[in-house]
Design a protein around this ligand. Structure first.
Ligand code: ADP
Ligand code: GN1
Ligand code: MG
Length: 370
């Protein structure tokens, strides 16, 4: 965004001072994030300014209503528990006329204070960090246990309905908008072979064997901030997809991203595998964060959550590749195809390590079963 435009947007928010610098920030695939530094009477203060992706989030009023509701609730809970709401939850900065975001034609912007002395990682460097991220996501879920879930809007309908994602994938293969289907036959076959599994978790939800909870739904490692000094899990961010959902999906999405021995877009598929030790680390941190709130069925289904989130994500990347790369931001040709291939390689490795994945959960859950 041009500096002049940025200045004009920032003017709309209830923040004082003048802009010292602004730079693109983070590696998210959906929104556009800027780190803004302002001078406030000689003091430097930093903010996050985000342009919300309105192609993905069609109803920004509802999206922001969710975020205001959840962050307000978390802030109260944290205060009650002696936490620090200024660092442990996001806070939406209102616009000058008390709105939760600023709309300029098709473009929508929101602002948060930048949480200082915190880090977020795109890959696990130390197992302790992964443990802390798991505990933070588990804690996030347990803090929201009593949140009135019915007041939350579905910001992306059927976001983790794997069965519907499969149907959307089949439609994209059929439409073959870019004529790419012929070149990805092995990937298409990989999905088709696994059709029967796609509905396992949604069926359990329908049968009320898995509880609907308030979940984050996008638990990538870089969506949690860790304290720079102590390394402790600090603040769960990227709250656009906080909706009623399944705990096993939150667990699974984090595992697919963080316990992969390669990056999500690695081009050398030989480098992709499930790191069982990191997987165990995540199980242990997540259970600690959830503080005994997971049911026996949820515990049993954690490995399935990991496998289906990996499968689903790969399928979504492939759907986007077939449809002309309109959803996920790409930085090179075939970026979505590379991403899809890592997810399918990881799914296959999980299938290979299935018994160990189950045994690890059983071992860690012994202290947790109820
Ligand atoms: P996206 O939806 O595009 O993934 P995020 O909300 O995750 O956007 O923000 C992108 C990155 O910006 C995060 O990974 C994190 O590093 C950083 N970030 C976002 N909000 C804050 C904040 N309030 N304080 C500090 N860093 C933040
Ligand atoms: C997107 O916004 P970001 O980069 O944290 C996507 C997730 C995918 C992820 C894959 C709203 O997350 O569902 O798992 O990319 N978010 C949305 O990296 O679709
Ligand atoms: Mg993010």
């Amino acid at each position: 965004m041009q500096m002049q435009k940025l200045n004009q947007v920032i003017q709309m928010f209830a923040v004082d001072g003048s802009v010292l610098s602004a730079e693109e920030y983070g590696t998210g695939h959906i929104n556009r994030t800027h780190l803004i530094e302002m001078d406030q009477c000689g003091q430097r203060k930093r903010y996050i300014l985000q342009q919300i992706n309105t192609e993905v989030f069609k109803d920004v009023d509802k999206l922001m209503e969710n975020i205001i509701g959840v962050t307000g609730y978390l802030s109260k809970k944290l205060t009650e528990q002696g936490g620090d709401p200024d660092r442990e939850t996001l806070r939406v900065i209102p616009t000058r006329n008390a709105g939760s975001y600023y709309r300029d034609g098709e473009k929508c912007y929101r602002m948060y204070p930048f949480i200082e002395d915190a880090v977020s990682y795109d890959a696990v460097k130390r197992p302790e960090d992964f443990y802390e991220s798991a505990k933070a996501f588990g804690r996030f879920q347990s803090l929201l246990l009593a949140y009135p879930a019915h007041t939350l809007h579905e910001t992306i309908p059927d976001f983790h309905n794997t069965k519907k994602r499969f149907a959307a994938f089949c439609a994209a293969v059929e439409a073959d908008l870019c004529g790419r289907a012929a070149s990805v036959q092995p990937e298409i076959a990989f999905v088709m072979e696994r059709e029967p599994e796609m509905s396992v978790l949604t069926d359990l939800l329908k049968q009320k064997k898995l509880p609907l909870r308030v979940t984050h739904n996008d638990t990538k490692l870089n969506n949690v901030l860790l304290d720079r000094q102590t390394g402790a899990g600090l603040c769960v961010i990227d709250l656009d997809t906080v909706m009623p959902g399944l705990s096993v999906h939150d667990f699974g999405d984090a595992v697919r991203f963080g316990a992969n021995t390669a990056a999500e877009d690695e081009q050398d598929i030989g480098k992709v595998s499930l790191d069982l030790s990191l997987y165990e680390t995540y199980v242990s941190g997540y259970l600690d964060g959830c503080r005994g709130s997971l049911t026996k069925k949820e515990l049993e289904m954690l490995p399935m959550g990991a496998k289906l989130m990996t499968m689903e994500c790969g399928m979504r990347f492939l759907t986007d590749y077939l449809s002309g790369d309109t959803y996920f931001r790409i930085h090179r040709k075939q970026h979505n195809l590379d991403r899809c291939r890592t997810q399918f390689a990881l799914t296959a490795d999980m299938e290979h390590k299935w018994t160990q994945m189950q045994e690890i959960v059983q071992k860690q859950a012994k202290k947790d079963m109820r």
